[in-house]
Design a protein around this ligand. Structure first.
Ligand SMILES: Nc1ncnc2c1ncn2[C@@H]1O[C@H](COP(=O)(O)OP(=O)(O)OP(=O)(O)O)[C@@H](O)[C@H]1O
Ligand SMILES: O=P(O)(O)OC[C@H]1O[C@H](OP(=O)(O)OP(=O)(O)O)[C@H](O)[C@@H]1O
Ligand SMILES: [Mg+2]
Length: 301
C-alpha cells in the first residue's frame, strides 16, 4: 500500500529506460529492493516508494497527481500532453526538473528503401503508421498538409513491409531496426531523452518538496560526475600553458612539485569533457608523462 507520507516515484517496469532509471536511483544512494514480479518497491533508507509501470502510463500518473515524480521519455510526456489538449479533458500540469543522460533517441519519418524521396511533401496524403499520432499531427500541421495517421502501439516498422502504410513514424537511435526492416530515415520530427518530471511543485507538501530538491541535487551530481574526468599528469614546467590549453573543458589545475625532477610538475584537474586518445597523444608529444584519466564517482559544487 502506498503511503501518503512517502514520496511516490514512477519508473518504467521493463524496457529501454528501466535499467538506467534503476541505476540512477542506486547512484543517488537510494537502496531499493526490487522484486521481479512486483509493481512496487520501497526505498529502505529514504521515504520513497517506487512504482514500476509501463512508460505510457507515467505522464498520466504525474498529471493526475497519483505520483509526485517520474522518469520517462520527453517524447511520451509531450504526446500525452498533446493528447489531453486535443481531448480538452484533464489538466496537463507538470514540470520537467532535469533532462537525463539516457534514453536519447529521435522520432523520425521513414519510407521503404526504394522510395524516391525528395522532401516531406512526397508524404502528402500518405498513410503513416505511428505510436505518436499527436506529435506527428503537430509536425504536419506546421507543413499545412493532410496525411492519414494509423496508430500502432508496437512493431510500427513492420506496417510498411506488410503493406499497411506508405511510411512510418517511430523512434530511432542507431537506425538498425529501420535497416533490418528495409526502411530509410527521411525526416527527424522530434528529439528526445529521458527526464525527471514532477507534478506542479505548488501542490506538493513542504517535506516532499525538500526531498525532491535533495534528490534533484544528487541526480545533477551523478550526471555531472558521469560527464567529468579527473586528470593527473606530469608536465614539463616550460610547457605548462600549452599542456593546459590542450585540455578543453578543464578547470584551472592544481600544480604540485614532482619530487626529484625539477624540470617537471604534477598537474591535477577536473575536466567536463571526454579526453580522447588524440589529446593524450598530443600531451605526450609536448613531453607530458604518467597521464591518468580517471572516472569520478560523485560530485557536488
Ligand atoms: N532505441 C532507443 N534508444 C534510446 N532510447 C529509446 C529507444 N527507443 C525508445 N527509447 C526511449 O525509451 C522509452 C521507452 O521505450 P520502450 O521501447 O521500452 O517503450 P515501450 O515498448 O513502449 O515500453 P512499455 O512496455 O513500458 O510501454 C521511449 O519512449 C523513448 O523515450
Ligand atoms: O534505431 P534502433 O537503435 O534500432 O532503435 C529503434 C528501436 O528501439 C525502440 O524499440 P525497442 O527496441 O525498445 O523495442 P519495442 O519496439 O518493443 O519497444 C523503437 O521503437 C525502435 O523499434
Ligand atoms: Mg510504452
Amino acid at each position: 500500500m502506498l503511503s501518503k507520507n512517502r514520496l511516490r516515484l514512477a519508473i518504467q517496469k521493463s524496457g529501454r529506460l528501466s535499467r538506467d532509471s534503476q541505476n540512477l536511483l542506486k547512484k543517488c544512494g537510494i537502496k531499493i529492493n526490487l522484486q521481479k514480479s512486483s509493481l512496487m518497491a520501497f526505498a529502505e533508507n529514504m521515504p520513497i516508494d517506487i512504482m514500476l509501470v509501463r512508460d505510457d502510463d507515467i505522464p498520466g500518473l504525474i498529471m493526475d497527481g497519483v505520483v509526485e515524480l517520474g522518469i520517462v521519455g520527453i517524447n511520451v510526456l509531450e504526446e500525452e500532453k498533446l493528447a489531453r489538449k486535443f481531448l480538452g479533458t484533464a489538466a496537463q500540469s507538470y514540470k520537467i526538473l532535469q533532462n537525463l543522460d539516457f534514453g536519447l533517441c529521435r522520432l523520425s519519418l521513414a519510407v521503404p528503401m526504394d522510395t524516391e524521396y525528395l522532401n516531406v511533401f512526397c508524404l502528402k496524403n500518405a498513410r503513416i503508421a505511428t505510436s505518436y499520432p499527436h506529435l506527428l499531427k503537430k509536425y504536419f500541421d506546421k507543413k499545412v498538409f493532410f496525411f492519414k495517421p494509423f496508430v500502432l502501439n508496437g512493431s510500427v516498422e513492420v506496417a510498411s513491409n506488410a503493406g499497411l502504410a506508405d511510411a512510418i513514424c517511430d523512434l530511432v537511435s542507431t537506425g538498425a531496426t529501420l535497416e533490418a526492416n528495409g526502411l530509410k530515415e527521411v525526416e527527424v520530427i522530434y528529439r528526445s531523452s529521458a527526464c525527471l518530471v514532477s507534478q506542479n511543485m505548488n501542490n506538493i507538501p513542504l517535506f516532499k518538496y525538500q526531498l525532491i530538491k535533495k534528490l534533484l541535487t544528487r541526480i545533477q551530481g551523478v550526471i555531472k560526475a558521469r560527464e567529468s574526468k579527473y586528470i593527473m599528469l606530469h608536465a614539463p614546467r616550460e610547457k605548462l600553458e600549452k599542456v593546459i590549453g590542450l585540455l578543453k573543458g578543464a578547470e584551472r589545475p592544481t600544480v604540485l612539485e614532482l619530487v626529484g625532477d625539477n624540470s617537471k610538475v604534477v598537474l591535477h584537474m577536473v575536466s567536463s569533457e571526454t579526453v580522447f586518445w588524440e589529446t593524450m597523444e598530443k600531451l605526450k608529444k609536448l613531453g607530458a608523462s604518467s597521464i591518468l584519466v580517471l572516472p569520478i564517482e560523485k560530485m557536488m559544487e
